[in-house]
Design a protein around this ligand. Structure first.
Ligand SMILES: [Zn+2]
Length: 382
């Protein structure tokens, strides 16, 4: 994958009237497309866009520049792109301004082909946001390891070994002396834990961990956490039973599992807020008709859609107005056309109005059947 520096050109892109950028997001997952069937998808995306461009008012010059970039992208994907293990491909092209950039993602992306003055970067940033910087701290009585986990890679940052004396050799000693030795051990242990906490703080200022995971036995972690500063404790996603010698790949796997659960829970919480807000008539909607109404008026701030949701509906080919019931367009007073892909049209419209889009995974519906299939937080009341 890529680091944020490599996006500089894209982030700082200055749009220019008449100079169009083509942005492609292509799902190239080898599991779904063992024989590079994604080329077929790309072909139909390009065909769709060309048909759409024909309907819009572009000058011949603009059109030929865009067509040229579309063809260039196809050539690139067909001849130059080597999939290896990548599941997502992202390309930005604008020959007029000498731009051609491709990025690869370890996760699939949703197919999209967009022509605009500026690169369409939202899904790219959403993808990057998915990859948090995670710090995993494994603590035992004498040792500690701190790992950094980011974009599918794990790195050991620190291996701390402290001098903590072994459990008392008390034979013959009783009372006062035994207590003294115990206190001595406690003292060493405390210094060891304090040391680890300092190291976590130091590494956090370097790596800016989004989240921390605490690994180790419950009793040790209970003694360790009070040494950690509050803002670091607040970054903790929870505790996992990990040992100093747990292989780093396993450390990563366990850490990512904890993060995935956390994200699922967070999304579920956001959706219940959405439901509450909608039920009390606030800036939220939780059904298709209302969501369409909001989209038609450019009021959608964050769109929530169940993954793979499919609905038929109606679209005004003149202005893009969307409806779930047959109707005449209230804006152009034209008869609306039937569409097989109402949800796709809705998502496209959300993209056009710069809404954020959150896909709700199907598994979330297992625990909560009442979860809405579609909904949105609104910018204003439509
Ligand atoms: Zn219309």
């Amino acid at each position: 994958m890529v680091n944020e520096k490599e996006f500089k050109e894209i982030i700082e892109w200055e749009g220019e009237e008449g100079k169009y950028v083509v942005s492609l997001y292509l799902d190239v997952d080898g599991k779904k497309y063992p024989k590079r069937e994604y080329l077929i998808n790309l072909k139909s995306l390009i065909k769709e866009r060309k048909e759409e461009l024909e309907k819009k008012k572009f000058s011949e010059e603009e059109k030929s520049a865009i067509y040229n970039d579309l063809d260039k992208i196809f050539e690139y994907v067909n001849y130059d792109f080597a999939r290896s293990g990548w599941k997502g491909l992202i390309v930005f092209a604008c020959s007029e301004k000498k731009l051609f950039k491709s990025y690869f993602s370890p996760d699939p992306v949703r197919n999209l082909l967009i022509v605009n003055f500026e690169p369409y970067t939202k899904p790219l940033f959403a993808l990057l946001k998915q990859y948090s910087h995670l710090g995993t701290v494994i603590v035992d009585g004498k040792r500690a390891k701190i790992y950094h986990i980011h974009m599918g890679a794990v790195k050991l940052l620190a291996d701390i070994i402290s001098e903590v004396p072994d459990k008392v050799r008390t034979a013959g000693w009783q009372g006062y002396e035994e207590k003294r030795i115990k206190a001595h051990i406690q003292d060493h242990l405390m210094r060891h834990l304090k040391n680890i906490a300092l190291k976590v703080k130091e590494l956090d200022s370097l790596y800016h961990f989004n989240y921390l995971v605490m690994g180790g036995r419950k009793d040790i972690l209970a003694k360790f956490l009070p040494h950690l500063q509050t803002y670091l404790v607040e970054k903790s996603l929870g505790e996992v039973l990990l040992e100093i010698n747990t292989p780093s790949e396993v450390v990563m796997q366990k850490t990512l599992e904890l993060e995935a659960n956390f994200r699922k829970k967070k999304l579920a919480d956001t959706i219940s807020t959405l439901q509450l807000e909608a039920n009390k008539g606030g800036l939220a909607v939780i059904n298709l008709t209302e969501t369409l109404k909001a989209i038609n008026q450019g009021a959608v701030k964050i769109l929530f859609v169940k993954e793979g949701l499919y609905r038929k509906g109606f679209i005004c080919l003149n202005c893009g107005y969307l409806e779930d019931k047959e109707n005449t367009c209230p804006i152009c007073e034209q008869e609306m056309s039937h569409t097989e892909y109402l949800i796709n049209e809705l998502i496209e419209a959300a993209i056009q109005q710069d809404s954020d889009i959150e896909y709700i995974p199907e598994e979330l519906y297992i625990d909560n059947r009442k979860l809405p299939e579609i909904g949105a937080f609104l910018r204003f009341k439509p």
